[in-house]
Design a protein around this ligand. Structure first.
Ligand code: ZN
Length: 133
């Protein structure tokens, strides 16, 4: 077991659900797999999304992590958010600093408000081409 494997507890059995998508090592290669059913032989049946082949995952240890969706950074919505981000970050930092100094201007946002607004914007203009990693 490598140092990296020892430090990564991986996915626990209780975290695996039908329909879940994970990165798994299949034939020495990391690929995306989708869990399709529990296997009557133990573990789960899954589909290797890259080859389309059915495979069996004997143990949760074979699953490295979940497939994550991230913003593409290139679509119109992402570009707008990225363009806005420096301003947001500046306001956020200013609000945090003011909070720490106890000098928060009643007109300025709290970091919580800025975070909430950022989440709202992400919900309202979701990525049009999310990438999976
Ligand atoms: Zn995007």
């Amino acid at each position: 077991m490598s140092m990296k494997d020892a430090m990564n507890p991986g996915i626990r059995k209780a975290d695996v659900e039908i329909g879940g998508r994970f990165i798994a090592k299949v034939s020495g290669k990391l690929v995306k797999v989708r869990i399709t059913a529990e296997s009557s032989y133990g573990g789960w049946n899954a589909v290797n999304e890259e080859s389309g082949r059915a495979i069996r995952i004997r143990s949760a240890r074979r699953l490295r992590r979940r497939v994550k969706q991230v913003r593409c950074g290139e679509c119109e919505n992402c570009r707008t958010l990225i363009m806005l981000k420096p301003t947001w970050f500046k306001r956020y930092k200013a609000a945090k600093k003011a909070l720490a100094e106890g000098s928060l201007n009643p007109d300025s946002w709290t970091p919580e408000q800025i975070n909430a607004e950022w989440r709202r914007m992400c919900d309202e203009s979701p990525c049009m081409g999310p990438k999976e990693i």
